[in-house]
Design a protein around this ligand. Sequence first.
Ligand SMILES: Cc1cc2nc3c(=O)[nH]c(=O)nc-3n(C[C@H](O)[C@H](O)[C@H](O)COP(=O)(O)O)c2cc1C
Length: 238
Amino acid sequence: MRRSVLFWGVTMFVLLSCTFAPTSSPTPAPTGAPTATPTSGAALPQTMALPPPRTKGPVSLEETMQKRRSVREFKDTPLTLAELGQLLWAAQGITHPAGLRTAPSAGALYPLEVYAVTREATYRYEPAAHQLLVHARGDLRAPLYAVALMQDAILHAPLTIVIAAVYERTSKKYGAERTPRYVALEVGHAAQNVLLQAVALDLGAVPIGAFLDDRVQQVLALPRDHQPLYLIPVGHPK
Ligand SMILES: Cc1cc2nc3c(=O)[nH]c(=O)nc-3n(C[C@H](O)[C@H](O)[C@H](O)COP(=O)(O)O)c2cc1C
């Protein structure tokens, strides 16, 4: 009960913030909060291979659905590379030689881009190679928390998966009317895959929709056409 009151308080705050925020120019990051430096520098390692995803597990699909609950408190334990790779594969992994993925996509146009914010770095997931691309070095969890209504889960989770969308990939075929609906449906498919995969890995997660879009984009230095839609902190439940 207290949690849902808190959530709605947070939601009201973000709605009011958005209503009064200027829309013409990007809002600066909060004072003292670092923003990401995208990986154009040659000094950064560009890619990190992920272990092949498993396609069998000890928990049934029915059990994951039965057990799934939003988890907002996490232990300090980091995730393994295999767990990280499995979660990203669940979001957008390739499952067919034709490039089809774990989540369905209108016209197989795949507008979603997936990022992983961790203590060490922020990575972009490359589905085709099932690998990570270093997007920004360093820990961006605190600045991300600051622009997501200070929701503690983001500060403490060892991983926050960010799902963003490139609307143009879908609109070039489906136009301005259908695209917002299709993209919203798709991010829901991908997010649910992550939430159920987390349960199957004995992890916890919460889908977060209350954040300041422009500021999240700025803090993570996302390309202008990568619109963040969902933040999903994941970790070992406390
Ligand atoms: C679109 C959407 C946005 C949400 N945003 C937030 C959020 O910003 N913060 C949060 O703590 N929970 C958020 N939630 C999680 C809900 O609060 C949660 O799903 C709900 O209370 C039901 O609990 P359950 O997930 O454990 O079944 C969101 C859920 C959805 C579907």
